[in-house]
Design a protein around this ligand. Structure first.
Ligand code: NAD
Length: 498
């Protein structure tokens, strides 16, 4: 019998297994667990638990909340091998990549430890005679997060440490495709001393998400996933009058200038395009070569490197790249590649027939490179989310920026150049939320917030960092006076002013 993955409600594992979904090990293609798909009653219990835990947690001093976070960080570090094995088993990424993911998640716990500093309000004495005023940041109440498969531990850690440190209670609905690591790290938060009900995890799919959005007790929704789902969730939550931030998909371009060091660029692109099998929202999927000479040289350097990629199970740290998440995803990417060939793109390396000996049923896909891709092709327009890199040729930096700005997504981008003026022009003009200058994956550190522009993010505030404190709190402005016994004002009918 395969392992069962339940829910975490009010500090206890809750087994609601009437309806389950199979979780696969993508390297073997075989089932590795069954995840419970929460019934409406189970979701309601999680909401009740979060509601019940809120008043006391809201009134817990922020410094006392931070003590839990310090202990939590230590526990995540002590248990990193177990966490990374669970990530790799269900997601397929190589263990060293899972460690990188977890380290970036732990950064957010570190940031959360310092949140009392950001919760300090602003105070003004004597805004009028004997009148003081201040503003403070109050928690929202029960908030919910919905997360994608590709960073099963890191993206939840973008959300709940900040939300909880701001005094909210939290319900997480992780991806049903790789739910084990997130349940495990939620249990570690309990072990760190988080009171029961402050953090709850309910597994499931669309129904659970809809119930969380529709329940009036849930004040805000944080979502990370694909753009069509992000847009729909943002609309539904907004219609319900809820605060929502919904981070979506991406098509990240890397501009390669004629003065760039092409060996460095090749190294950078290999990791950024093929790391994690291209299943990163910040993965580079388009190389924009400025000039035919750059394009020809780049393609000839990339080709042998892609052919030499070590593709295999993530449990072997010698591999560069693991499998895709599901068989469906493999079929979808095969279709994208077929279509690009039919539309006239030049296929330089073809990953469609990749088979890993001993893992014949695994969802592997080899590194794929296209040259002479044009903006009208589907492979350029859509997010592929796999190990496919396309080269688009332009003549000038201005054309490169225009191309990027016309794309519907605006998550991440980068430029490779030795010219400071080109770098400055690029970062100033490009309509993208996160920009690298000779940095292929410009994922902001935890004390700078993360977010794209255009159809890569719906909402006003970015994820984690300082923006998360604004997202998970409401500002309240208070004006106060204490009239002394002998100071009596008459009635004032005019609008109060100095
Ligand atoms: P997905 O949109 O399929 O699923 C994300 C979450 O939404 C899951 O928990 C899933 O159960 C739920 N969901 C799916 N369909 C739903 C629906 N119709 N209604 C309500 N909920 C639904 O995304 P995924 O395949 O898990 O993740 C990959 C996608 O996430 C890519 O598009 C990637 O670019 C994006 N992503 C974006 C960021 C970012 O920061 N912008 C980060 C990571 C991943």
């Amino acid at each position: 019998m395969s392992e069962y993955i339940g829910h975490l409600i009010n500090g206890e594992i809750h087994n609601d297994d009437a309806n389950v979904q199979t979780v696969f090990n993508p390297a073997t293609g075989k089932p590795c667990a069954q995840v419970g798909m929460a019934s409406p009653e189970t979701v309601a219990q999680a909401i009740s638990a979060a509601k019940a835990a809120y008043p006391s947690w809201r009134n817990t001093p922020p410094a006392a909340r931070a003590q839990v976070m310090y202990r939590y960080k230590a526990l995540l570090e002590q248990n990193q091998d177990t966490i990374c094995e669970l990530i790799s088993r269900e997601h397929g990424k190589v263990l060293s990549d899972a460690k990188g993911e977890l380290a970036r998640g732990i950064e957010n716990v570190e940031f959360a430890c310092g949140i009392p500093e950001l919760l300090k309000g602003e105070h003004s004495r004597n805004v009028g005679r004997n009148i003081d005023a201040w503003s403070e940041f109050q928690p929202l109440g029960v908030v919910a997060g919905i997360t994608p498969f590709n960073f099963p531990a890191m993206v939840p850690l973008w959300m709940w440490p900040s939300a909880i440190m701001c005094g909210n209670t939290f319900i997480l609905k992780p991806s049903e495709r790789d739910p084990a690591s997130v349940l495990y790290i939620a249990q570690l938060a309990e072990e760190a001393g988080l009171p029961a009900g402050v953090l709850n995890v309910v597994n499931g799919g669309v129904d659970v998400v809809n119930q969380l959005i529709n329940d009036d007790s849930v004040e805000a929704i944080s979502f990370v996933g694909s753009t069509p789902v992000a847009e729909a969730i943002y609309q539904k939550a907004s219609e319900k009058g809820k605060r929502c931030q919904a981070l979506g998909g991406a098509k990240n371009h890397a501009v390669v200038m004629p003065d760039a060091d092409l060996d460095n660029v090749t190294n950078a692109l290999m990791g950024a395009a093929f790391g994690s099998c291209g299943q990163r929202c910040m993965a580079i999927s388009v190389a924009v070569a400025v000039g035919d000479q750059v394009a020809d040289a780049l393609v000839s350097k990339l080709k042998p490197r892609i052919e030499a990629l070590k593709v295999g199970p993530g449990s072997n740290n010698d591999n560069d790249m693991g499998p895709l998440i599901t068989l469906d995803q493999k079929q979808k990417i095969t279709h994208f590649v077929d279509e690009a060939v039919a539309q006239g793109a030049d296929i330089i390396t073809d990953g469609r027939t990749k088979v890993v000996p001993g893992y014949e049923d695994g969802f592997f896909f080899g590194g794929t490179l296209f040259d002479n891709v044009t903006p009208d092709m589907t492979i350029y327009q859509q997010e592929v989310f796999g190990p496919v890199l396309v080269v688009v040729r332009v003549n000038t930096l201005e054309q490169a920026v225009e191309l990027i700005n016309k794309h519907e997504y605006g998550n991440g981008t980068c430029i490779f150049t030795r010219d400071g003026e080109a770098g400055r022009y690029f970062s100033d003009q490009v309509m993208v939320g996160m920009v690298g200058i000779n940095v292929p994956l410009p994922v902001p550190v935890s004390y700078h917030s993360f977010g794209g522009w255009k159809r890569s993010l719906f909402g006003d505030l970015h994820a984690y960092g300082p923006d998360s404190v604004r997202f998970y709190t409401r500002r309240k402005a208070i004006t106060q006076r204490w009239p002394s016994g002998d100071v009596k004002d008459g009635t004032l009918f005019s609008f109060p002013s100095l």
